[in-house]
Every structure is written in structure tokens, then in C-alpha cells.
Design a binder for this molecule. Sequence first.
Ligand code: ADP
Length: 259
Amino acid sequence: SREALVQAQKMEAIGRLTGGVAHDFNNLLTVIRASADFLRRPNVPEEKRTRYVEAIAETAERAATLTGQLLAFARRQPLQPEVFDVCTRLRGLHRIIGSMIGSSVTIQNDLPETEHLVEADPTQFDTAILNMVINARDAMPRGGTIRIGARIVGGVPAVRGHAAASGAFVAVDISDDGTGMSPETLQKIFEPFFTTKPVDKGTGLGLSQVYGFAKQSRGEIDVASQLDVGTTFTLYLPSAAGQVTTVPASAAQLADVSN
Ligand code: ADP
């Protein structure tokens, strides 16, 4: 049955996830074990001693971060949805984004003045936006522009095999003119722990959060990317604006007018 299939896919994902973490964790343990073995030798020169002790401390720190993230991932808070205006919320993030991106990257806000209401968990929304902005920054080591926009659309296109959805959605676009991604990378970016960043920079959990948030909010996350050109992430959230006004006149109403 379909439910069994979904369950099996979940089990498989959990298997991949724990396998990945165990692998990363083992690599870290290998570094610690090898450093400790080295320090056990007699007459280790002082300067090497310092270096190996540092390596142990740093690697243990990294392992602690990894387990911490895993725990946070496992006991993710249930969402607490509220109705809020996406544009106001994004303007409110401007300062914190500014402090994160460094001086070579500029932020361009293309936010309309009109309300773009959604019903979603506002804290998770902030986290999702910041995760995408951090990725955009990291994709532009030599600087560039991050563009943040919001618009109202009449539906969500079919992405990654999910069915298209119709109805009013608020679409938030986050674009960069950075490195872009190869098709191979693009296929894996939403998997937990997939990262192309060095071990001290990436966890591979950013886009999993974005994906989980989008899905739990009955929305979608889409991405378009081209190597050496840039990337646009589009987060779709169901609009919470008075649906009545957006529903087109029914055939019966139209018939009334013609009478
Ligand atoms: P992390 O940022 O820790 O690597 P994410 O899940 O946020 O984890 O991202 C996974 C990977 O997706 C990144 O390592 C990177 O390869 C790719 N990626 C995400 N956003 C972008 C972007 N805007 N431009 C280029 N690559 C990106």
C-alpha cells in the first residue's frame, strides 16, 4: 500500500541518516585515537605535543556539535503556526542578515508594500530564511548580491515529482549570483547531512530544515541553479489572505449578471 511505501522510504532515509552520522563520527574518533596514540610515545617534542592536544580538543568539539545537532534534529519542536505578513517579517530580518553576510556581499530587498499573509511558524520561517541566506553568502566567496523578494502566485509548480498545487500561495525568492550547483549536487541538497562545505563550516542540515518547514507548512521549496551563474530558492507558503476575494466568480454568479 501507499502508506507502507512511505513508511519504507522513511526507514530508508533514517538508515541513510544514521549511517552518515556514524561515518562522520567514526572519522572524528579516528583523528582523536591517532592523536592520543601519538602522544603516548615517549619523548614527543613539545611543539608536536601542543599540536596533537589541539587536534584532540578541536575534533572532540566538532563531535559535540554533531551530536548536538542530531539531538536538535530528533526533537524538533512541533510547529506553532501564526498568521503573519511575510514582507514585514523579512524586513525585520534585515539587520541580522546584514551582520551575517560580510562586506563583499550586498542585500537587495525587493519586498512589496502590500501584505503577504501566511499561516506558519514564524520562528521556523526566520530559521529557514537565514539558512538560505547563509548558503547564498557561502556561494559567493568573492562577493555578490543576495536578492530577497516576495510575491503572490496562483499555485505551486510540480517539483521533484510532487504534484503541482493550485490556490493562492506566497512565494519568497532568495537569489544569489554565486557558484551555482551541478545537477548531481542539486539532487542531494535536501538530504540531511549532505554538504559540500569543509567539515568546520557545513553540517548539511540547513536545507533539511527548510524542506521540513516547507512541507509541514503545506508549502513547497523549489530551486533553480546554474553553475557559475547563480541560484534561486523559492519557498512557497499557502496564503492566509481572505480567500473569498481571490476566488474567481462562479459560473452561477456570471449567469446572474447576464440576466
Ligand atoms: P550546509 O550549508 O551546511 O552545507 P545545507 O543543507 O544548507 O547544508 O546545504 C547543502 C549543500 O547545498 C551545500 O553544502 C551546498 O553544496 C549546496 N547549496 C545550498 N545552497 C546553495 C547556493 N545558494 N549556492 C550553491 N550551493 C548551494
